[in-house]
Design a protein around this ligand. Structure first.
Ligand SMILES: [Mg+2]
Length: 129
């Protein structure tokens, strides 16, 4: 079973997302990254084992937007499913993210319900097997 990478500079936010995933019954191993740079390092080391990346936008060192731009530029990871999970929920921001990475797999605006997060990741995890 592939892993889920949760990227957010807020440890509280990561914990909340992880709790939702576990409560929903998913048994995938969960990796965490506290900023975009850590996310890129983790993805570089283990992209083949990752089913989905849940990625915050506003983070120090490297933003979520820079993460998805970076992934889109590299063949090996350009198809890695990324769901943005962010307070940046305006249409302009969503468009900006989709332009940065046309393969973006989903978009969840904070605050979100457990149901909204599940709806975004379930199809991805089902197809990842
Ligand atoms: Mg943040």
């Amino acid at each position: 079973m592939k892993k889920i990478l949760v990227v957010d500079d807020s440890a509280v936010q990561r914990k909340m997302i992880i709790q939702i995933i576990k409560k929903a019954g998913y048994e995938n191993e969960i990796l965490e990254a506290g900023d975009g740079q850590q996310a890129i390092e983790t993805i570089g080391a283990s992209f083949a084992e990752i089913a989905v990346v849940l990625c915050d936008w506003n983070m120090p060192n490297m933003s979520g937007l820079e993460v998805i731009q970076g992934l889109a530029a590299v063949d090996a990871v350009k198809d890695l499913p990324v769901v943005m999970v962010t307070t940046e929920g305006t249409e302009d921001k969503i468009r900006e993210a989709r332009e940065a990475n046309p393969n973006l797999a989903g978009y969840v605006a904070k605050p979100f319900t457990p149901e909204q997060l599940k709806e975004a990741i379930n199809p991805i995890l089902v197809s990842a097997g």
